[in-house]
Design a protein around this ligand. Sequence first.
Ligand code: DGJ
Length: 536
Amino acid sequence: MRNPFRTLPILLLFLGLEIALVSAQSTAAPHLEKRGAATQLIVDGKPFLMLSGELHNSSSSNLEYMKPIWPKLKAMGLNSVVTPLSWELIEPKEGTYDFTLVDGLIDQARHENERIVFLWLASWKNGLSSYVPVWVKQDTRRFPRVVENGNPVEILSPQGTATQEADARAFAALMKHLKEVDGRDHTVLMMQVENEVGVLGDSRDHSDAANKAFAAAVPTLLTQYLQTHRDSLYPDLKDLWNANGNKTAGTWAEIFGDTVRADEIFMAWHYARFIQAVAKAGKAEYDIPMYVNTWLAGDVTPPGEFPSGCPEPEVVDVWRAAGSSLDFYSPDLYDSRFELWSHRYHRDGNPLYMPETRGGAAGAANVFYALGEEAGFGFSPFAIESEANDKDPLAESYSVLASIAPLLLEHQAAGDVHGFVLDHDRKSVDFTINGYTLHVSLDNSFGGPAESGFGLVMADGKDAFLGAGKGFRVTFTPRSDSGPRLGIAAVDEGTFVDGKWVSGRRLNGDEDDQGVHWRFDPHQPRIEKVTLYRFE
Ligand code: DGJ
């Protein structure tokens, strides 16, 4: 007779392997993963959508000050907080580290079930060097300054080897500590390394060391990168290189032209080399995603009026050529051309994450575009504690997005979700999803057209869609004209509770124009499902 237990050990072995695999995935440190059409942040084995905010610069320097803020942020629907942390407070005396503040912030965050992105305010903050310890500030020989018009200014020079080593040493000590206290819980998701770096007041550093480097040949690491990435270079950089003869060797002015653009590229290279090295030292201790943020220049501002060398879109390639320890580059996006700038940063392997942007009504709308259209994995308005309350428009948007987050992440990966912001300048937009063309326009009901609208739509099975947002309406056209006519079978509002759809009202009257449009009224963001049908 066959022994029914003969296969048992094999089954148990497979079960054991599977459990080991699942637990390895969930204990892995937060990391980025390419999933289909999107690059997502994986936390505890699952993609995580960061509905965040960034604190004012100084709030997190004091635990007492922060105490009442965490519950406010929670009530507002944030699941993560970009939290400044300065070098001067963790290494007040050279070689002596104090992580009391770090541990306190992590404890407070855990208490409210929040996650953290630490913002490493070290050698540079908005171009300047105000957050370095005073022992660094005072020792200008060991830690040299940028020189402008013959004078040292309060900006550390990225030429300073000792500066780079000291910053990297402190950052590595911090990352080592984070691994010890958080390597299992993953309260800390990512690190921003420095803040809006670049030279202000001049287009480049004119210290002796910088002048010497500027007159020397462009490093082959960079010229080789230009050659091997020729086809995918950011168009402005490609055009500049082209306009100067596509040279593969020469000085900065020879390869990039004798203008301030060469100065900007030179500074980008030196900041990038410095910060890639700091990130590398940190990752050697604890490898979680690390990024650099950008003070956006606008299209006509000369370098020096914005921090020259900052990872503006046209020099992101230079930063990438300088190392691979930084995972991505982010815009601090306050400009009203939100779509344009988002798109400039969501390209060629650079996922969109926004550490600073506008909150309130603008943020409440833009977050749908960033996460829905550009597969963003995080959104974080600045000065979040100033506006934090559960009536804030951003809170309403976050509540809807939190409910659909697992689905949205799935559809980002599948590439069949679209997000949009509509207003006077852009009244409609068309998408193709699931074999239908969707015409999305500002809602229009008894009171006339809505002033603005925003949202996202995604496929929800055959002939069905899920949408979220407010102030818009959708009409559907099948991609092939032939065949039966198309109608709306039903529209339902609802929400997700523990991942399960719970229907609310059936909306087949005025709310969907008696079956003519799928509508989202302008009052409050909602989640709705629509099913289409055919008739002869
Ligand atoms: C951008 C900076 O990165 C922030 O730290 C903050 O200073 C804001 N600007 C202020 O608007």
